[in-house]
Design a protein around this ligand. Sequence first.
Ligand code: G3D
Ligand code: MG
Length: 175
Amino acid sequence: MFDKYKFKIVFIGDGYVGKTSLIRRFTQKSFEKQYIKTIGAQFSFYDKQVENNEVRSIFYDIAGQDAFNFMRKMFFKDSKAAVIVYSLVDDKMGKESFKSIKRWHTDVLKFCGPIPIAVIANKVDLSYENVVDIIDIREIIKEKEFLGYYVTSAKTGQGVKNAFNSIIEGVYYKS
Ligand code: G3D
Ligand code: MG
């Protein structure tokens, strides 16, 4: 049933930015999270109809940030898209997570080639102002197939459904 449209979408970004919370918030309890020990990752499915086609998205999530360097190749293998998450919180970790977008982008290019990439700015509930301009993001992600920039809160749910649905549809229309 899902032979035709099956998208592996990898979630990357610094630790503590909210990757796991975002995936959990969107997929809720509809699918069990599964853990793949050999690559230090976990994943969740999400099925949705796009243009009368069943689309299965498989969101890959880094399980242990520290061990991740060793598993990158396997983690990224056969990805159809990548989502780089950073935190809007105005503290050291938040600012650092924004600077890291470049590094994560380099990783994607290295392991996947020019696949579509989206950026999610998370924890908007903890930020008074979204100071980062989308132009900056586009500068960093110079992908032709940029999947967009989304502002979310995994805590309140703000922007989460829109971000995931847009990303899934974006991947579908580019596939
Ligand atoms: P990671 O998977 O990227 O490492 P997590 O990040 O999803 O584990 O989230 C890290 C912490 O940030 C968690 O806090 C989580 O609850 C919190 N968090 C994630 N997203 C948001 C958000 O949008 N808003 C707020 N306010 N908090 C968020 P704890 O304390 O449970 O470790
Ligand atoms: Mg996590």
